[in-house]
Design a protein around this ligand. Sequence first.
Ligand code: KG4
Ligand code: ZN
Length: 342
Amino acid sequence: MTHGSKPPKIILGIETSCDETAAAVLAEGRMILSSVVASQVDIHAEYGGIVPEIASRKHVEAIYTVVHSALSQAGISLREVSGIAVTQGPGLVGSLVVGLSFAKAAAVSMDLPLTGVNHIHAHLLSVFLGARSIPPFPFIGLVVSGGHTSLYHVRGFLNAELMGQTRDDAAGEAFDKVAKILGLPYPGGPVVSRMAEKGRRDRFSFPRARLPETPFDFSFSGLKTAVLQQVRKMEQRGGQVPVPDICASFQEAVVDVLVEKTVKAALETGVQAVAVAGGVASNIRLRKRMREQAGAEGLLCCFPDKNFCTDNAAMVAFSGYHQLNAGLTIGPDADVYSRLPR
Ligand code: KG4
Ligand code: ZN
């Protein structure tokens, strides 16, 4: 493939790393002309979590229509696209290969440059999409989703250094598991946070894993077990489980740790801003506490528009735009990856 060195004007982004089939069109590196997301959440809710085999099959069914809708909502055809960006990993392999294969076919048939985007980096950069304020480089970026809880020192669009990550469950996964313990539907984050609004945050003192040896790492499995034990104890005594109080006390334990570690990372590195992205970044309590604590330290605190917190392809197109500008392309033999490369 031969491609010019001019910045790509119109990028088609494709995302299929988990259970959302998404496509978006980005113009001039900043205007989102369309962002289409087909969620499978109702299908997986029946099973209480994502079933990988079903996820990949649903991507196969949806991918053509989703890409077609993104192009038509943007008012363009594939001929007008100047580059394609696709999520290459991390994620569910059976899901990733659907998006990557589709993107390869489109790129080869139209002789377009193709770039493979890291899903977590795309979440990090989603803070530049539709946000009220955007962080100046360098900043501390926290990605909190169903699969990841990671802190980055972000020095540029293509320069993010991992400072710490979860040793076990991701923050969103902890919300999902606590919902399951309480008999609430999947995904747990939105429903647990809604319940928490009516509950007492100080009713139960659940553990906060601070991990002094690796202060920027996270651990949420002990917290989840503590919630499980508390609920079982109350059930065995025949009492009613105070679901709103459990939710509020659990949420506060998660938020405490996320806020503390993010602000600490900012103070240690001397940056002026923090940014939070990923599905859990739509949590209202996290937004409030992070804004308060960061503000008290004189730090700017930024969140993406709520539409771009959960999985979407606009963030993939945005990351891809910067990668293509830097000449980072992949060929027709590219593979996907399930975890973050070391
Ligand atoms: O970023 P995302 O769409 O997918 C992954 O890349 O994992 O994040 C989904 C996760 C789920 O675990 C969901 O429960 C959580 O984000 N989530 C929330 C909220 N909304 C979604 N967690 C807490 N509070 C919320 N309001
Ligand atoms: Zn994600």
